[in-house]
Design a protein around this ligand. Structure first.
Ligand SMILES: Nc1nc2c(c(=O)[nH]1)N[C@H]1C(S)=C(S)[C@@H](COP(=O)(O)OP(=O)(O)OC[C@H]3O[C@@H](n4cnc5c(=O)[nH]c(N)nc54)[C@H](O)[C@@H]3O)O[C@H]1N2
Ligand SMILES: Nc1nc2c(c(=O)[nH]1)N[C@H]1C(S)=C(S)[C@@H](COP(=O)(O)OP(=O)(O)OC[C@H]3O[C@@H](n4cnc5c(=O)[nH]c(N)nc54)[C@H](O)[C@@H]3O)O[C@H]1N2
Ligand SMILES: [Mo]
Length: 839
């Protein structure tokens, strides 16, 4: 038994890299590998450890059934079984046979499910009557949405008045249905999701370099690699099971070297051999210096570069004047550390990189993420065991939002600017091509909110996301969502800050109460089955979307219903047809196959019936003009390239080395706002805490917001651990207690998890606000359009003494400078059973 609050990663099970025979087998093409007995290439030496947690008083013998699922509290795809007794969820257990987690679960997986049983769940639809939301029935609620939709669609401006803001937390089947409704039913390009805040840059960087979205790597790359570089990714707190795998390698024979790039002393930074604590917003300077060094020292694979890439000369030109000494000054890190990192990158034989929000939500997001791709291209570190690249996802199902087109992209990684791709969809859906919006790029989320602000979007449908806490510059967002002329529909499982502003609130069923599939970072598709009934009248998101399509009576061009499916499995089958022949080809996957013990990686086709472990194994990329998802952009300005320019480059399956010079962030410090604010996560909470604040073990570990501040800065401001401080930016302010810690000098960190719901009122009440996004800027990356959540200029002042009582900030992430601060403990209620299986 382990207290997984005190120790989020549990017991170590050290292991070494597989032997040469297994590595060779793993590098064989899928077709050949499938012929080998037992497929040694698929073998992973990572030991099985099954983690299980049951509600107090429930024993394993009391569990009536175990229902298969996977985690939806991060993108790792931890496979698990849901324990059911008396018609309720009573616990969870990791799935030993799954390729992703080998039985392990993370703290949110273990305790987070309790939120579904909360008495706060929405059980009936709500509609606005004046300044109140009142309970009603489904006919009334849907009736209001349909009446407003019809009025807008049939009036002047039609589809232009519709906006959809969805999520990275629904299921593939739900997104595909929503995508078809938006594109072929209403015909609006104004559809996006919180995935814009999350992994838009992952998609953008993959498209820029390799032609389409899709992660090249596999989680088994952790088993094989000899170096791991973590680019702005606090994997220890945010993908804890992936971190367990990395830690187990680090404690075993022949451990991989490790590099961390993060302004804070995270658990990752403390473990790494080289920690580059860059000034927030300067990633691009560091990247250009690292590439300068690799080229300067000749640490790259000339043959791979010549045969498989385009753009080497331009890259050399851009980084020529970026030696490590130049970047050391901009990033404020020792030049020796940059050289050391370059040496690890340049000498490793199997390099694994992961990239996440420290890059995606920071300055020059796509440009910096592309430089990680460049390092892998320069060194030929793709498509073989251990040479892995994860342009990470954050949310559990963000990959599917992107694949199915619920983020506005065309489904199946099709190119909106390629008439052939549009025609394929028109044929599939049996509609005229002109119905499908493709005259301009899909509208990104920040622009959707801008249109609502300006009044052209008059109906905004928000599903499974809480923008009143998660978008930047919240004062503005609240103003938009409260507008008289905006009809706001919110589909959620709780009455969130956003739902409180709605005209209609639809109560949704959630994970465990509905069925569907989703895809993790390394393209592993899992099926989550329905374990229990949803509370009250709550309905699955799929049923809500299908109901809307039926009531709106969307038709194809022969007058048949546009949406021809009726449940998750038939929706999945429809999606398979849409994915055929595209990079994310699901045609070989069935619900039955997904019940076979482990998730399966796409592409999975009749010729690769067990899925595909790695992409780009032959160094051939998806860049051909007729196949690619995008013709590319200028990384500095975001200006889009057209088909003609793309064709003129003659990609012939080669990848693009995209280059850009460093440029300072849009907001830098000033006399008035002398500190840099950055924001992010703790291991114990998920986003706006609608779930984790309702799981006692998690909430008690981090019950209130805090401000991390470096010891020197704290001393200069007269701030001690636990004191109440005010943080102000040009847009807003918050108050929270100080955690004096190892963040870099001049930088303060605020977790973005804390909104207002537990105070039961929308927006700041009598007390001072505490949401990080009161402070952040309305600004985004020119290519991916992902908001910049990681850099804002602020001023910190001391409000009052904390009386010597330490802040309630957890101690596992950034370690308090004061050793007297007691460690975060879970106690008896947090005991988890870990069963390690002997190999
Ligand atoms: N516990 C937990 N796990 C989660 C989630 C959660 O809410 N809670 N959410 C999931 C989701 S949706 C996502 S997107 C992922 C996010 O996972 P991560 O990206 O790992 O999480 P963050 O804390 O947002 O940011 C990572 C790090 O970026 C650093 N950083 C800030 N500014 C900069 C910069 O300019 N440069 C660099 N190099 N680093 C910088 C921060 O100090 C922080 O430690 O986590 C997923 N997993
Ligand atoms: N300052 C700052 N801001 C950030 C970030 C940051 O690092 N710093 N990170 C950004 C990132 S990466 C992300 S992903 C976003 C996350 O931001 P949000 O998506 O706004 O956060 P969540 O709290 O996950 O909101 C999901 C909502 O869906 C509801 N929900 C859960 N399950 C279901 C379901 O099955 N059906 C329905 N209909 N609803 C459901 C939940 O109750 C919740 O209200 O925040 C972004 N904002
Ligand atoms: Mo995210």
């Amino acid at each position: 038994m382990t207290d997984r609050i005190t120790d989020p990663w549990g017991a170590r099970t050290p292991y070494g890299p597989p032997g040469a025979a297994e590595r060779i087998a793993a590098s064989l093409p899928e077709g050949v590998r499938a012929l080998l007995p037992g497929d040694p290439g698929r073998h992973s030496a990572w030991p099985v450890r099954v983690d299980a947690f049951l509600e107090e008083g429930v024993q394993e013998k009391d569990v009536e059934k175990w229902v298969q699922a996977a985690s939806i509290l991060h993108s790792n795809g931890d496979a698990m079984d849901i324990a059911v007794a008396g018609g309720r969820i009573v616990g969870v257990r990791g799935r030993a046979g799954d390729r992703v987690n080998h039985g392990r679960l993370d703290p949110k997986d273990l305790y987070g499910w309790q939120a579904a049983n909360s008495p706060d769940r929405l059980t009936r639809p709500l509609v606005r009557e004046g300044d109140r939301l009142v309970e009603t029935d489904w006919d009334t609620a849907m009736g209001r949405i349909v009446a407003r939709s019809r009025e807008l669609l049939d009036g002047p401006g039609g589809w232009g008045h519709f906006g959809f803001h969805t999520s990275g937390q629904l299921f593939l089947e739900e997104y595909y249905t929503l995508g078809v409704i938006g594109k072929a039913g209403i015909g609006t390009p104004h559809m996006d999701g919180n995935t814009r805040l999350c992994t838009a840059t992952a998609a953008a960087a993959l498209k820029e370099s390799f032609g389409t979205d899709g992660q090249p790597g596999s989680y088994t790359d952790v088993d094989h690699c000899d170096a791991i570089a973590l680019w702005g990714h606090n994997v220890a707190e945010t993908q804890t099971v992936l971190w367990m795998r990395m830690l187990d390698r680090r404690r075993g024979p022949r451990p991989p070297a490790m590099i961390a790039v993060d302004p804070r002393e995270t658990p990752v930074a403390r473990e790494a051999d080289v920690h580059l604590a860059v000034r927030p917003g300067t990633n691009m300077a560091l990247m250009n210096a690292l590439i300068h060094r690799l080229i300067d020292k000749g640490w790259y694979d000339e043959e791979y570069v010549r045969s498989h890439t385009i753009g080497f000369e331009e890259l050399c030109r851009v980084v020529r004047d970026c030696p490590p000494g130049w970047a050391a000054e901009i990033c404020d890190v020792p030049v020796r550390s940059i050289e050391h990192a370059a040496e690890i990158l340049g000498s490793s034989r199997r390099l694994l990189s992961t990239v996440l929000q420290g890059f995606y939500q920071s300055n020059q997001a796509t440009a910096a993420a592309c430089q990680v791709n460049n390092i892998h291209l320069l060194r030929g570190m793709l498509g073989r065991p251990g040479a892995g690249l994860y342009q990470m996802n954050g949310q559990p199902t963000a990959q599917n939002t992107r694949e199915t087109g619920a983020d506005g992209d065309l489904p199946g990684m099709r190119n909106w600017d390629n008439p052939q791709h549009v025609r394929q969809l028109a044929e599939l859906w049996n509609v005229e091509p002109s119905v499908i919006p493709h005259w301009a790029p899909p509208t990104h989320a920040m622009q959707v909110f801008r249109y609502a602000e300006q009044g052209s979007i008059k109906l905004l449908w928000v599903s499974a996301t809480n923008p009143a806490v998660s978008l930047p510059d919240l004062a503005r967002v609240r103003r938009i969502l409260s507008k008289e002329d905006l009809f706001l529909v919110v589909q959620d499982i709780f009455l969130t800050e956003t739902a409180m502003l709605a005209d209609v609130v639809l109560p949704a069923a959630t994970w465990g109460e509905k069925q569907g599939t989703f895809t993790s970072v390394d393209r592993t598709v899992h099926l989550a089955d329905k374990a229990v009934e949803p509370p009250g009248e709550a309905r699955s998101d799929l049923d809500i979307f299908l109901d809307y399509a039926r009531r709106m009576d969307f038709r194809d061009k022969d007058g048949a219903p546009l949406v021809k499916w009726h449940d998750p499995e038939s929706a999945f089958e429809a999606w398979k047809a849409c994915s055929a022949g595209r990079p994310c080809d699901y045609t070989g996957i069935t619900y039955e196959l997904l019940r076979g013990g482990s998730g399966v990686q796409w592409p999975c086709t009749p010729s690769a019936p067990r899925g595909t472990e790695r992409l780009y194994t032959g160094g051939r990329f998806n860049t051909d003009p007729g196949y690619c998802e995008d013709y590319g952009h200028d990384l500095l300005t975001g200006a889009a390239y057209d088909e003609e320019r793309h064709r003129a480059m003659e990609p012939r399956g080669r990848a693009f080395l995209r280059a850009a010079p460093y440029q300072p962030s849009p907001e830098v410090t000033s006399e008035e706002h002398p500190a840099l604010l950055t924001t992010g996560r703790t291991v114990y909470h998920f986003h706006t805490r609608t779930k984790t604040a309702r799981a006692p073990q998690l909430n008690d570990s981090a019950p209130e917001c805090w401000v991390e501040i470096a010891p020197g800065d704290a001393a200069a401001l007269g701030v001690a651990e636990g004191d109440l401080v005010r943080v102000e930016s040009p847009r807003g302010e918050l108050e929270a207690r100080a955690r004096v810690s190892g963040t870099r000098p001049g930088v303060v960190f605020v977790p973005f998890h804390y909104g207002y719901w537990d105070r039961g009122e929308p927006g700041p009440g009598g007390e001072a606000p505490r949401a990080a996004n009161e402070l952040t800027i309305t600004g985004w990356d020119p290519v991916s359009k992902q908001p910049i959540f990681k850099v804002a200029a602020v001023r910190v002042t001391r409000v009052s003494s904390g009386g010597g009582v330490p802040s309630a900030a957890p101690t596992v992430g950034v370690v308090p400078a004061d050793p007297r601060v007691p460690a975060t403990r879970g106690g008896p209620a947090a005991q988890v059973r870990e069963r390690v299986e002997e190999a």
